[in-house]
Design a protein. Sequence first.
Length: 397
Amino acid sequence: MKKITGLMMLLAVLGLALIFPGCEKKESTQAEGETVKAGFIYIGPAGDYGWTYAHDQGRLFVEKEFPWLETVTVESVPEGDAVRFIDRLVQEQKVDIVFTTSFGYMDDTVKAAAKYPDVKFFHCSGFKRSANMGTYMGDMYQIYYLNGLIAGAVTKSNKLGYVGAFPIPELFRHMNAYALGVKEVNPDAEISVKWTYAWYGPDKAREAAEALIAEGADVLAFTEDTPTVIEVAEEHTDKGKMVYAFSHYSPMQQYGVNSTISGQLTDWGVLYRQMLLDYKAGKTDDLTDYDLLYLLKDKATELGATTTEKINPKYVDMLKGISVDSEDFGSISVYDLVMKRYDQMMQGREVFDPFTGPIADMDGNIMIPAGETASIGHLFAEMMYQVDNFITPVPQQ
């Protein structure tokens, strides 16, 4: 949905534009000058500076790039209550396309797609599709793994903390990739998780981060939609207790210039641009098999807590000075290991993927056999477990 020229452009200009096909039947290809109207359903406020902010930057980018595109947004829509908001987009706003931008909207998107067969629906991060409902994701699990390599190397307490929003495959995929990176460089390190059960809940995120630090964690990572965890780490660092952190979704280093080492960034503009172009070209008549999954090699995700540096310059020399033994590369600095793995994953999953077995869950069950790489279906629909260097249990569903 945006012509990507780098993450700087993404976060500076990028914006999500939703194409809203109207309720009346459309031709499979549109006339060159015909307006396309897209609606975006957001889980939080566009100003959360996390997930929703990144999506909205993508929307803004495509809206600027495509003169034929008009977009509408609805913010802070509760999961489980999206259909009535979609009703308004379709019936009142006459959208042609609806983008639902949170995993928890999956079943509501299925219902809405059945209700409005002449509208195209695209659901972010899910796995259910139909004739007029496709899926898309710019997934960061590869970047989480790289951050895990760093985290395992810098911890002094061997206690790492993770603040998670909801126990769903997306979270387990990211957490497990991070944990596998930790384990690769530091098999003795253990990870504790605190769940907030909120995508946007700064108070809950603060409480969880503080609790993890109180339990001895000196490195924090998270999957929720605010920079709160980084702010907490920075407050402790400023008081003399070093707590490292990794940012998420958007460039958050400004919230923790002394504590943030790196992070993961997503350029949703790349995906929105492609989906809109596919729609315009008549390639979305049947979305049953439409699953637009972009990874690092597709330039949908990037390593870094800013748009200009993969690692906070404060910590580059430190990481170059920490050596680890790698099965693939022998004795190597953590910095070089991160960059070599980065280069491998830029070439594709077939060159290197963190989810290559043997990988066991917390109970010792082999979830990914030796020599096998997890399927996309396993990662996106079946991964409801934690790997074996977590010490807090998986919540009961």
